[in-house]
Ligand binder design. Structure first.
Ligand code: HEC
Length: 172
């Protein structure tokens, strides 16, 4: 090897050495800088990730067992039983006049749709001749334009009969 060749090899080795040193130096510098500037996970991103992995469903049993997305967390916070709600109040019991005023007066006070009018004897004469049982039957079950129970289906039969009695009495 000539001297010229020697110096080329030496220079080249020096260059490689220098570049290696620079590479190591940059790696160290980068590591240090990232250590200094690292502030931990972004709280916004953490919150967003928590929202994404939130369980899709929770089922609470009345005994306090809480199911969260298929897994079972036993005896988590006990579920308060719904307070009992009193729905059906006692049915209002009306006399014949009360039922008439509630359910029958619309048609029977005015003669609407050909209804026999309250207190008009002539309207009732032929109907009374059928006998009270037929009048009861037609009132309870309907008869031509006369709707069953006057359309007040929830009223008890005996209250409808009281209203018939009330109208029949007025028609005599
Ligand atoms: C929507 C109107 C209407 C209402 C409300 C109504 N009626 Fe009538 N009612 C009629 C009509 C119309 C007739 C006559 C039917 C016929 O003879 O064609 C009739 C006839 C009657 C008759 C005679 C039936 C017969 O056989 O001749 C009785 C009794 C009677 N209604 C009782 C009642 C009572 C009691 C109520 C209330 C609970 C009532 N109606 C409510 C329309 C009504």
């Amino acid at each position: 090897m000539s001297e010229k060749q020697d110096s080329v090899v030496t220079n080249f080795s020096m260059l490689i050495l220098l570049m290696t040193a620079m590479t190591v130096g940059l790696i160290l510098l980068g590591t240090i800088i990232s250590k200094i500037t690292d502030t931990g996970p972004d709280p916004m991103e953490v919150a967003a990730a928590d929202a994404r992995i939130e369980p899709v469903g929770r089922v609470a049993l009345t005994d306090g067992t809480l199911f969260i997305a298929g897994s079972m967390a036993t005896q988590a916070k006990p579920v308060e039983p719904e307070p009992e709600v009193e729905v059906a109040a006692a049915p209002v019991v009306m006399d014949g006049e009360g039922v008439y005023n509630t359910a029958c007066t619309t048609c029977h006070a005015t003669g609407l749709a050909g209804a026999p009018k309250y207190g008009v004897a002539a309207d009732w004469e032929a109907r009374l001749a059928q006998g009270i049982e037929v009048l009861y039957d037609h009132s309870l079950n309907g008869f031509q334009a006369m709707p069953a129970k006057g359309g007040f289906a929830h009223l008890p039969d005996d209250q409808i009969k009281l209203a018939v009695d009330y109208m029949v009495t007025a028609a005599k």
